[in-house]
Design a protein around this ligand. Structure first.
Ligand code: GDP
Ligand code: MG
Length: 162
């Protein structure tokens, strides 16, 4: 049987989640359990300065929500995760659902943003949107993490199992 290769993505549990430890732990449990089955490869709590938030969301500079987004992302700690599974980038974004929680509740009920998201700004989660973005974001949040080494170890693990 063809075994699909595992992929890494960068996920954030935003400050509206981290402020509530019970909810945060529920989510950490849920994403590792069946049927989602993500592996948490690395995990870190981070408190940003405003300049760091502005740099991360630079693509949105000038949009009407930019200041409030950066204000929110510096309002408290958030949790950064490196997640692994087959097609992790796609499945994590599918699990969190559309950007706007109100819309998510209509078109993707049961997704994490539909369940936990408070407003368009305080939408609880982030997920990398492509392989290149994932690499860049993993490097930003986990500068000591070696993606190539992780891939090599993964291949050795797969060969031993087959
Ligand atoms: P994502 O990839 O689904 O997180 O969405 P984007 O990359 O388009 O936007 C980045 C973040 O900006 C989102 O996760 C929201 O926190 C915020 N955001 C995006 N669109 C809106 C909007 O229309 N209104 C507000 N208030 N915030 C938004
Ligand atoms: Mg985005």
């Amino acid at each position: 049987m063809l075994k699909l290769k595992k992929q890494l993505t960068l996920a954030l549990l935003k400050p509206d989640i981290v402020v509530n430890p019970t909810i945060r732990n529920q989510i950490l449990h849920k994403i590792q359990s069946h049927p989602h089955s993500f592996t948490i490869v690395e995990q870190k709590d981070i408190l940003w300065k405003l300049a760091q938030a502005k740099a991360f969301y630079k693509a949105h500079e000038g949009r009407f929500f930019f200041e409030r987004l950066c204000g929110f992302m510096t309002s408290g700690k958030f949790t950064a995760l490196i997640l692994a599974r087959e097609d992790a980038i796609h499945y994590w974004r599918q699990l969190i659902g559309p950007t706007h929680p109100c819309r998510a509740r209509v078109v993707a009920p049961g997704t994490l943003r539909a369940t936990y998201g408070l407003t368009d700004t305080r939408n609880s989660f982030h997920g990398s949107d492509s392989d290149d973005t994932a690499k860049r974001e993993i490097k930003l949040f986990f500068p000591d993490f070696d993606i190539d080494e992780w891939k090599t170890n993964q291949e050795i693990h797969d060969i031993r199992k087959s």
